[in-house]
Write a protein that binds this ligand. Structure first.
Ligand SMILES: [Zn+2]
Length: 394
C-alpha cells in the first residue's frame, strides 16, 4: 500500500522512482515495475492512467499479482537509476470527476428512491450506471440530478478511511464491500459511505456539475447515461454546435425546432403520397395505351423497372382487357425481372409458364395460375426471353 502514491495523495502528478524491474510480458509488451507510483492501474471501474516515465510513453497500467506494471511503447535504456515520472493529469482528473460524480449520483438515486446501482461504466466518452429498477420517470431523473448537484454546490469534503471488517459495522454502507481486508471507504459525510479503490478529489465541488443525458430500460434495469465535470461543458458545446447548425439550416429559432422539423416530416410524407398517386395515374395511362396498341398478347421489354412497377402495370392491363395476356420483362443491369398475367377470360397457366422460363436464367419466382413473377441473371437478353415466353403462350 505504501508504494501507491495515488492513495497518499490523489493530486500527485509528478514523482521520481526507482525501477525494480523491466521486462516483457507474455504478449511481448515492455513494462516496468517501480518502487513507488502515482500511476493508477485499471480497477474498480476506473480506467488506468497514462503519462511518461523519462521520455517513454506509458500506454497502459495494470496491477498483476500485487505488482503495478507500467506498459511502455519502447523500453527505457538505462534502468539503473532514478527516473522522473509524469501522469497525464487531464485524463486522470477527468476520471476523478466522472468517478466521484458516479458516487454522488448513485447515492442520490438510492437516497430518494432506493434504486441500487448494479453496474458502472466509465469510458473515454461514455459514462453510465445501471439502476436496479424497471421504470424511471422524468421527474425522478430531475430530482436525483438536482440533489446530486446540490451536494456538489455544498462542496462537502470527501474523506478516505482505511478500516477493518469489524469497523465496517459503524458505517451505513451503500453496498457491501468486496474486499475483506485493507478496506478503503470513501465518505461524503452525511450523504454517502462506500467502499472504493479509485481516486477522488478532496471535496465534492471539484466534480463541478452532473448532467443526466439519457436513459433506457435494459431487461430488469435502467441504463442511465450522464456526464460530470468538464464533460458537461464539452457536451453543451457539442450540442450547441449541432443546434446552431440546425437553426441556420431550418431558419428557425432553437425553441421552435421541434415544430419546424415535425412540419417538414409531415410535408415530406404528404409529397411522397402525392408522388405515388401521380405515378399511379401515369401507370394507368401507360396500361391503357398498351392495351389498345397490342392485340390480346401484351408483350413488352423495359430497361430499369422494378418488379413492383411491372406487377402494377400488368394488373392494370388485365383489369382493363379480360382477354389480354401480359408478359413483361425488365433488364436491370445484369438481372432480369419477369411478370406475366392473364385476364379473367383466358385459360393459360402463368405459374406453369414462369416455371418453364426461370431455369433458363437461374431464376426464382412464383405465383398462381393467373399471375406470376420471377427474377434471375441476364444469361440471355431480355428481348430473347420475352420472345420465348410469347412463343410458349401461342
Ligand atoms: Zn470511488
Amino acid at each position: 500500500m505504501n508504494n501507491k502514491l495515488f492513495y497518499q495523495d490523489a493530486y500527485i502528478r509528478t514523482f521520481s522512482a526507482r525501477i525494480l524491474k523491466q521486462e516483457r510480458d507474455e504478449a511481448d509488451q515492455w513494462y516496468v515495475v517501480l518502487n513507488q507510483t502515482a500511476f493508477y492501474p485499471t480497477g474498480g471501474g476506473q480506467p488506468h492512467d497514462t503519462g511518461v516515465i523519462e521520455d517513454e510513453r506509458v500506454i497502459n497500467v495494470e496491477e498483476i499479482n500485487g505488482h503495478i506494471r507500467h506498459y511502455l511503447e519502447t523500453p527505457i535504456q538505462d534502468t539503473d537509476r532514478e527516473v522522473s515520472c509524469t501522469i497525464d493529469w487531464e485524463r486522470r482528473f477527468d476520471h476523478m470527476q466522472q468517478h466521484t460524480g458516479q458516487h454522488i449520483l448513485s447515492a442520490a438515486f438510492e437516497k430518494l428512491y432506493d434504486y441500487n446501482t448494479v453496474g458502472f461504466h466509465l469510458g473515454s466518452d461514455n459514462l453510465t450506471i445501471d439502476l436496479e429498477t424497471e421504470t424511471l420517470t422524468v421527474e425522478e431523473v430531475e430530482k436525483a440530478e438536482e440533489l446530486a448537484n446540490k451536494i456538489i454546490l455544498e462542496n462537502r469534503p470527501i474523506e478516505v478511511k482505511w478500516v477493518t471488517e469489524e469497523e465496517l459495522a459503524q458505517y451505513p454502507l451503500r453496498k457491501e464491500t468486496k474486499v475483506k481486508e485493507n478496506i478503503r471507504l470513501v465518505i461524503i459525510p452525511g450523504f454517502d459511505y462506500n467502499g472504493c479503490g479509485g481516486t477522488h478529489p478532496t471535496s465534492t465541488g471539484e466534480v463541478s456539475a452532473i448532467k443526466i443525458l439519457d436513459w433506457e430500460r435494459q431487461k430488469k434495469k435502467v441504463r442511465l447515461q450522464f456526464a460530470c465535470g468538464k464533460r458537461v461543458l464539452h457536451q453543451l458545446g457539442k450540442k450547441q454546435k449541432v443546434l446552431q447548425g440546425l437553426t441556420k439550416l431550418l431558419n428557425a429559432p432553437e425553441i421552435e425546432m421541434e415544430q419546424v422539423v415535425t412540419r417538414l416530416l409531415d410535408n415530406g410524407k404528404r409529397l411522397e403520397k402525392e408522388l405515388e398517386q401521380a405515378q399511379d395515374r401515369l401507370l394507368q395511362y401507360e396500361a391503357n395505351n398498351l392495351a389498345v396498341t397490342h392485340h390480346q398478347i401484351v408483350a413488352e421489354h423495359f430497361q430499369n423497372r422494378t418488379i413492383q412497377v411491372l406487377q402494377k402495370l400488368a394488373r392494370y392491363v388485365i383489369a382493363q382487357d379480360p382477354m389480354a395476356v401480359v408478359v413483361f420483362v425488365a433488364t436491370n443491369e445484369n438481372r432480369l425481372q419477369l411478370v406475366c398475367g392473364c385476364g379473367s377470360d383466358r385459360n393459360e397457366d402463368m405459374k406453369q409458364l414462369m416455371a418453364e422460363i426461370l431455369p433458363l436464367i437461374n431464376g426464382k419466382g412464383g405465383g398462381n395460375k393467373t399471375f406470376a413473377q420471377g427474377g434471375g441473371e441476364a444469361l440471355v437478353s431480355g428481348e430473347q426471353i420475352l420472345q420465348h415466353m410469347v412463343t410458349l403462350i401461342r
